[in-house]
Design a protein around this ligand. Structure first.
Ligand code: NDP
Length: 337
């Protein structure tokens, strides 16, 4: 489905809604942002775009089931009982069910041995019903994340964290089988909002393996001139203020203020931070790594938090799993990766 930026009438959002689904209601945060001094025309509606992608996926899954008798399957391995991890796993399984995927789960106790976790991963590697394997991070300290992530077959590495997938992302002339979900979601937002990337200056704030570094590689692959700002960068503000596109993923609540933003820049805020707010029901509210109001005053387009990048991460996980299932249908060889 085509998407476009409604600069006159509203946020960058899906151009039309699927007739089979009720029109999604804007999240509370989007409503709040719209009600504030920030015009709706500047908002990138990540929630609506993610819903459109999910309905596109659901349609393709229905066809895949009917024509090939194949149902995409995602296996999620959870170790321990961290509340946040349990919540993420629940929402991933719910998202799978909504688009018609099968989901498989292994909930292992916090004191499980590394060998046991490896056995579970290997069983999913060998299971043809499973097209994607996701190990929920962080793992307990006695388990090597590196050893577990390395054990996931790259053909099922839907998180895109395997060194071979990241290596292919970094190399010219190579294509990774999977791209990490959050940075992939950032690029998808830019592309669906028709933000030109080629030839533009981009600044990525943060260089983590899961967000900042792959985001910078993705922008570079699309011919942006990319600068990365990290905790040791002197004068990150000055560097950022030259960028046409800013992806903020530093994990510091509201660090990127309007002074960091060039007039007219497009701002993608990956951050999710809880900020004390006695007026909020829960006593806190979610804020990004960008100070929304001051940055929005300078930006041409900006993602809200929540309702921006967050919903895209799960949509991209579903998309990666679907891609893997498509390869199973076509029997596409992935040897050589
Ligand atoms: P990490 O803590 O792994 O990485 C943070 C990065 O930011 C590091 O590279 C660090 O630099 C850099 N950094 C820290 N402080 C500063 C500073 N003062 N100035 C410039 N750079 C700084 O975080 P993640 O990449 O995992 O996550 C980033 C943010 O994105 C968080 O808010 C997180 O909650 C959110 N997130 C959101 C997701 C979503 O679905 N929306 C998914 C994943 C994360 P250095 O390398 O030098 O230490």
């Amino acid at each position: 489905m085509a998407l476009s930026c409604h600069r006159q009438t509203g946020a960058c959002r899906p151009a039309a809604r699927s007739s089979r689904r009720a029109a999604p209601r804007p999240s509370t945060a989007v409503v709040a942002a719209t009600a504030s001094a920030v015009p709706a025309s500047k908002l990138i509606d990540g929630k609506g775009i993610a819903e459109t992608i999910r309905s596109e996926i659901a349609k393709e899954v229905a066809v895949m089931k009917q024509q090939h008798g194949l149902t995409p399957g995602l296996a999620v391995v959870l170790v321990g009982s961290r509340k946040d991890s349990e919540t993420y796993v629940r929402s991933k399984k719910k998202a799978c069910a909504e688009v018609g995927f099968d989901s498989y789960g292994s909930d292992l106790p916090a004191d499980v041995s590394e060998e046991e976790v490896l056995k579970v991963v290997e069983a999913y590697n060998a299971d043809p019903r499973v097209h994607g394997i996701l190990v929920q991070l962080p793992l307990p300290k006695h388990i090597s994340e590196k050893r577990i992530l390395d054990a996931i077959s790259i053909e099922k590495d839907v998180d895109g964290f395997h060194p071979l997938n990241i290596g292919s992302l970094a190399m010219r002339g190579r294509d990774p089988l999977f791209v990490p979900c959050t940075p992939k979601g950032c690029i998808e937002l830019l592309e669906r909002c028709k933000v030109p990337i080629s030839g533009r200056k981009a600044c990525v704030i943060g260089r983590s393996n899961i967000v900042g570094m792959p985001a910078a590689l993705l922008l570079q692959r699309r011919d942006a001139t990319v600068t990365m700002v990290h905790s040791k960068t002197p004068d990150g503000q000055r560097i950022c203020a030259e960028a046409d596109i800013v992806i903020a993923a530093c994990g510091v609540a509201e660090m990127v203020t309007g002074d960091w933003i060039k007039p007219g820049a497009v701002v993608i805020d990956v951050g999710i931070n809880a900020k004390d707010d006695p007026t909020a029901k829960k006593g806190y509210r979610l804020v990004g790594d960008v100070e929304f109001e001051s940055a929005a005053a300078k930006a041409s387009l900006i993602t809200p938090v929540p309702g921006g990048v967050g919903p895209m991460t799960i949509a991209m996980l579903l998309q990666n799993t679907l891609e893997s299932a498509r390869r199973a249908v076509t029997g596409e060889k992935v040897a050589g990766h």
